[in-house]
Design a protein around this ligand. Sequence first.
Ligand SMILES: NC(=O)c1ccc[n+]([C@@H]2O[C@H](COP(=O)([O-])OP(=O)(O)OC[C@H]3O[C@@H](n4cnc5c(N)ncnc54)[C@H](O)[C@@H]3O)[C@@H](O)[C@H]2O)c1
Ligand SMILES: O=C(O)CC[C@@H](O)C(=O)O
Length: 531
Amino acid sequence: MSFKVLLLDNVDPLCEKAFKERGIEPVRKTNLSGDELHKEIADYDGIVVRSATTVTPELLASAKNLKVVGRAGVGVDNIDIDAATTRGVLVMNTPDGNTISTAEHTCGMILALSRNIPQSVEKVKSGGWDRKKYMGTEVHSKTLGIIGLGKIGAEVTKRMQQFGMNVIAYDPFASREKAESLGVELVELEKLLGSSDYITVHTPLTEKTKGLISLESASKLKKGVRLVNCARGGIYKEEDLPELIDQGYVDGVALDVYSQEPPTDEVYEIIKHPKIICTPHLGASTEEAQEKVAEQIAQQMSDALEKKSFKGSLNGKSISLITNKEVQPYLEVAEKLGNLAIQLAPEHTSDFAFEYSGACAKYAEVLTDSILKGMLSQHVSEAVNLINARVYAEDRGFKIKETMASETKTFNDLITVKLNGKSDYKNISATVFGQDDYRIVEIDGYGIELRLEGDILMYQNLDKPGMLAAVSGALAEQNINIASLSLGRSQKGSNAITAVSVDKKMSDKELEPILNLDGVKSLRYISLSEN
Ligand SMILES: NC(=O)c1ccc[n+]([C@@H]2O[C@H](COP(=O)([O-])OP(=O)(O)OC[C@H]3O[C@@H](n4cnc5c(N)ncnc54)[C@H](O)[C@@H]3O)[C@@H](O)[C@H]2O)c1
Ligand SMILES: O=C(O)CC[C@@H](O)C(=O)O
């Protein structure tokens, strides 16, 4: 059977060659308007994109025959994976084909910033000669702070260590073993900000990384730090950059990526600042990277179309499970429980046990994928799903033990996540109550019953009169409404755990009064809200 594949976004010619070797004659189209693409796409079994084409639910709706969308690259922010999954369309990417190129570009940016290369090139080309103005600094013996010690962060580390830089990193998900093998000290974010001469970010853009450096965090920075972003636009708050430089907090900024690409007029104004250097999202733009990702995506898509392998797939397993009505609620509760558990765990926790009791135990394997999906979804660049969650967990050095029991003493089904190691909360159990009703039912042996949704405060306290009044008073003073709450205690007058569901997201500042209450210990704020 022959498949029809459409190549978009200037993907490298090796893609055509690799498809042809597999008996598929791809069609290349450039500069199609939105309407033209909607018409054109109807007949294809596969499309290959880079970042220029946005694969929306509407485009997918027009693609009646589509079986697979291939991203020649890493970031799939331009592809609506949920919509593709619902339509049974596979989405695949090539997670490591451009790692080296992006790491090299980052290193180039660090050096260009240190020696004012772009600015001085411009000066000489316009007939000038100002050696004093462009005096630089050595990177040797300086501290480089890496935020996000994943694939690219690790490659940047190795290269800049060869330049004699001392590399430190902040990545709550990186294992100590990985950091040790790279010769990198893992530090808290505050320490990294306060001691780095250069900071480079290599994380996805998430709620946690958006605006990670801004005027608000300026006072935490080492004076005169240089900033590099070759990851995703918006990790440094773009509109604050000129002031950060002019007020002396930052000495220079190098950007390859922007919150909107091409940038808006406002951002074009910002990057005119003489101490901001910029490239037009060139991290992966090398012949080698483009050839690698083009060839890889053609091979992966051919395999998938021929149903030989689903390597690189971001949504494969969930497609087969999405129609199974019995598994669906368990998948939901497992994912929510994973998300909650990881927010209760101390940073760098990597030792977990998952227990499944009752009818859900027969789906243990996929439920583990779902718990991991919930745990990892905020922390890796690629979309984490049922098919790739285990790969990412292994990559991060997670140790997972699974146990199954066909019966439970209490509920029909019970899923428990155990956080092994030093943790204030150790065992968290949840179950399915009814349609869309998923609840935590036990924490560390204390009976607690709270819906797994929204924004939750969890704390340990002494079981004495007035505790709840004090917490609800502190919330009320800040106009924060309690949606529901649950208390569990071992015995009268001893220790208790309280879980309070609140009606809004809370900032660190809003949490402070509760943290300072006498008798409240191990306070955690957990957000299970959809972003
Ligand atoms: N400029 C380009 O052309 C280009 C090319 C390739 C990739 N990228 C981007 O570079 C980034 C890194 O890619 P990668 O392949 O190394 O990804 P990766 O998944 O291998 O690494 C990302 C790392 O970030 C860490 N992380 C997640 N949230 C964090 C947080 N809040 N604080 C600190 N660390 C956090 C993760 O634990 C992980 O180790 C991605 O955003 C990717 O889209 C850009
Ligand atoms: O295709 C490109 O050049 C963008 C690459 C990069 O941002 C990625 O996420 O892979």
